[in-house]
Structures are given as structure tokens and as C-alpha cells.
Ligand binder design. Structure first.
Ligand SMILES: Cc1cc2nc3c(=O)[nH]c(=O)nc-3n(C[C@H](O)[C@H](O)[C@H](O)COP(=O)(O)OP(=O)(O)OC[C@H]3O[C@@H](n4cnc5c(N)ncnc54)[C@H](O)[C@@H]3O)c2cc1C
Length: 395
């Protein structure tokens, strides 16, 4: 079965993916642990790393060639992000640039695509911010309260978003807002619309961004809209159909986050293995003890199983096949495998796990996110229960 609206990506061979992997590894070698530790300490945006990925064309692999990207597809994007994380780096500073433009690509008008996609592909325009979550509605997206009211050739937006990551480092934001009150729509999924907000035009003129300090360096923010004007020309697709457009993009997001988690997991397993081989206590390497070996071996088995599911999902996505179950399952399995591997890596390092210079505590904190965002494990289980197994809807 084909996606509702996604054309198949061109076939990409394993040789090409291996080349991509090797060159991303080389790029990442220029951004060692010391770089990430400093950014983490300062809670600073890793702009140099993002620029290097941009310059190498990696952030534009999902943008078709006709709009200035390389159009290599999701398997290439997944390989890039997996390699970034396996190398000890972090793709969270820019991964949204890869997949949120999918909403514009699949549902935007030709004029909108020509206006924004080439700039996004070249790096002149950054589309890094995705404004969906709100403080009151949380996971219950359909209850969001931000409104956009049509007024001549503009919409006037009022409300608030939370956890809008990278808003301070982005030119454009993809925004989901309510255009028809909930009690006036026929279907509960209708009445929401998606806009491209050019934040450069409205910063301090209706848009306020406040950073949120979090346990990881994620450059996340809360944003406030106070009579913010958005040109009607920036509405994506049809008014009221925005929820569907956002949902359409979620398979790509889940598959890519799954690959980031697999990369994290492989980093933890290699780091734990190297340490277990080299650290000697009681006159022998700690890795000689099965109680050290077995948890690492188990994390390895879990990771490789999750990787198979994620690879299957990515292949299906690129073939234009519906892959909701595979995307959701791989996101959950990979995030859990990464967390187990993180825990084992901590335990294997003993007290040294707490020393910043080993990078274990930083990666430990970073990888925990993916069981909560962009979608929490409970919501994935609920999707599988209802949509795959046919159990009753629970909420
Ligand atoms: C660092 C970070 C970056 C983020 N970046 C972005 C971003 O760029 N853009 C954006 O829009 N959002 C972003 N998010 C938001 C993220 O997607 C949400 O935090 C996440 O979806 C969970 O929503 P919530 O925090 O409101 O939790 P809640 O909805 O309050 O849920 C709390 C807990 O209850 C569980 N729960 C809720 N309802 C049910 C149910 N019916 N059945 C079972 N369990 C349930 C949830 O699974 C969760 O474990 C980010 C979050 C973080 C922490």
C-alpha cells in the first residue's frame, strides 16, 4: 500500500550508504567529545557542527533535486543520523530540518515549495522549529488552544507553545494552530491548520521566545504569540486539514529518531566494551566477569533487533509503502535499547561514569529524551494496540 501522499524515493544502493557513512564519520571526527562537553556546559548551540552538516549537503538529503536537495531519501537520512550519534555527536540540533520540511514538500503549493525549499536546501533558510506541543494539552494535540483567525490577507495568531526546540536558531517555524473552534468541526481531527511562520518578520512583533533550561543541551524554548500576523499565503494546504499533514510527517520523524537511538546505543556498547577490556581491577580486566559481559551482550542483541525493524521501516518509507507500525515500533524499540545500553555503559564505568570527560554521563542524559519526545512510549503502545491489534480506543 502506498502512503497517502508520498512518492517513492529513488533506490539507493548499500555502496552509496556505505560511502555516506564513511564521510559522515570523517566529518564527526572533527567534533570530538571536548566540543560537545563545552557546548553542554554552556548550553550553547553547536552551530559549527550544524554548519558542517549543512555544507556537506547532509541536511538536504530528503529534499528532491528539483528544489536543490540531493533527494537521496530516508535511508540516507537515517544513515547520516545514526552515524552522527554512533560517533558521539548529537543530531538533535538540526534533525528537524531534515523531516519537518516534509509537510511543506508534500502539502505545500508549488509556489510555496519554490519559495522556501531551495533556501532550506542551501542552508540560507533554517526550518528547525516545530510548534505543536502546548503546556495545557500536552500529548492531546487535538486540544491545543493556539488560534489563528483569518483577517483579510493575514491570519492573527494568539496562544503559546512549549518545547519548541531550536526556535532561537531557526528562521522559519512550522506551526499548528486552531482555525475552527473544536465544537464547530464535524470530525475531531479537523479545524487545525499548518503555517510556515517567518520568525524573522515577527520576532518582538507578536512573537516572544523564551529559552527553557533543561537537563540536556537541547536549545528548547517556549514561544508566545500575541496578535502575531502570518500572511494567508503561508497556510500549508487546506485550512482545517493541518492535523493530517502533521501526522503524515510523523513516520519520517519516528524512523529518524529511531536511527539516532541506534547510533547512541552503538556508541554506549563500544564505549562500555572498550572500557571493560582495558580497566583492570583484582588483577584482570573487568570484562572478564560475566556479570559485566552479559549485560553488554544483551544490549547489543536488543540494539541489532531494533536496527532490523528500523531498517525495514526506512526501506518501506522509501518505497512509498505505509509504514506506521514499523516506524512506531522501531522508535520504541530503539529508544529502549539505547536506554538499556546507556545504563550498562554507566555501570561498567563505575565511578568514572560520573566524570564529564568520559562523555558517558552526557550521552546518558541525552538518550533518555527519546522515550518521551517526540512521542512517548505509552502513546506508541496505544497506537499498536488500537491500530495494529484492533483493541478498543482508550482515549
Ligand atoms: C527536550 C524536548 C524537546 C522537545 N521538542 C519539541 C518540539 O520541537 N516541538 C514540539 O512540538 N514538541 C516538542 N517536545 C514535546 C514532546 O513532544 C512532548 O513533551 C511529549 O510529546 C509529551 O508531551 P507532554 O510533555 O505534554 O506529556 P503529557 O501529555 O503531559 O504526558 C505525561 C505522561 O503521561 C503519559 N500519558 C498521557 N496521556 C496518556 C494516555 N492516554 N495513556 C497513557 N499514557 C498517557 C505520557 O505518555 C507521558 O508519559 C519536546 C520535549 C522535550 C522534553
Amino acid at each position: 500500500m502506498a502512503h497517502a501522499d508520498t512518492a517513492a524515493a529513488p533506490e539507493i544502493t548499500d555502496d552509496v550508504l556505505n560511502e555516506v557513512r564513511a564521510s559522515v564519520e570523517q566529518l564527526c571526527a572533527g567534533f570530538p567529545g571536548a566540543y560537545w562537553r563545552e557546548k553542554d556546559r554552556e548550553r550553547a548551540y553547536p552551530g559549527e557542527f550544524v554548519q558542517a552538516l549543512q555544507d556537506a549537503g547532509y541536511l538536504a538529503v530528503l529534499i528532491p533535486e528539483e528544489y536543490g536537495g540531493s533527494g537521496l531519501g530516508l535511508r540516507a537520512a537515517a544513515t547520516i543520523l545514526e552515524t552522527v550519534h554512533r560517533s558521539g555527536c548529537n543530531g538533535a540540533a538540526c534533525h528537524a530540518q531534515m523531516y519537518i520540511m516534509g509537510t511543506l514538500l508534500r502539502h505545500g503549493s508549488e509556489e510555496q515549495k519554490r519559495k522556501w525549499l531551495p533556501g532550506i536546501a542551501s542552508g540560507e533558510l533554517r526550518l528547525q522549529a516545530f510548534g505543536v506541543t502546548e503546556p495545557t494539552s500536552g500529548t492531546d494535540t487535538l486540544s491545543l488552544r493556539t488560534t489563528a483567525k483569518r483577517d483579510g490577507d493575514h491570519y492573527i495568531v494568539n496562544g503559546q507553545k512549549i518545547w519548541t526546540s531550536r526556535a532561537e536558531h531557526s528562521d522559519l517555524m512550522l506551526l499548528l494552530a486552531r482555525t475552527t473552534p473544536r465544537d464547530q468541526v464535524e470530525k475531531r481531527t479537523e479545524g487545525l491548520s499548518v503555517f510556515v511562520v517567518d520568525m524573522r518578520e515577527v520576532k518582538d512583533a507578536g512573537l516572544t521566545i523564551r529559552p527553557i533550561r533543561t537537563m540536556i543541551n537541547h536549545n528548547t524554548t517556549e514561544v508566545f504569540f500575541d496578535n502575531m500576523k502570518v500572511p494567508a499565503a503561508n497556510l500549508i494546504g487546506e485550512e482545517g486539514k493541518g492535523f493530517r499533514y502533521i501526522i503524515d510527517g510523523m513516520n519520517a520523524e519516528r524512523l529518524l529518531i529511531a536511527h539516532e537511538s541506534i547510533g547512541d546505543s552503538r556508541w554506549f556498547i563500544k564505549t562500555a566494551t572498550d572500557y571493560a577490556n582495558s580497566r583492570e581491577v583484582f588483577g584482570r580486566p573487568i570484562g572478564k566477569n560475566q556479570s559485566i559481559q552479559f549485560p553488554i551482550a544483551k544490549a547489543y542483541a536488543e540494539t541489532e533487533a531494533a536496527a532490523l525493524m528500523a531498517a525495514k521501516g526506512a526501506r518501506m518509507f522509501d518505497a512509498g509503502e505505509a509504514c506506521g507500525p514499523e516506524a512506531n515500533m522501531s522508535k520504541m524499540l530503539a529508544a529502549e535499547a539505547a536506554w538499556h545500553a546507556a545504563e550498562i555503559c554507566m555501570q561498567t564505568h563505575g565511578g568514572f561514569a560520573f566524570a564529564e570527560e568520559y562523555d558517558v554521563e552526557r550521552k546518558f542524559r541525552e538518550t533518555r529524551l527519546y522515550q518521551i519526545a517526540p512521542v512517548s512510549t505509552n502513546l506508541i503502545l496505544s497506537y499498536i494496540a488500537e491500530h495494529v491489534l484492533g483493541l478498543p480506543r482508550s482515549f
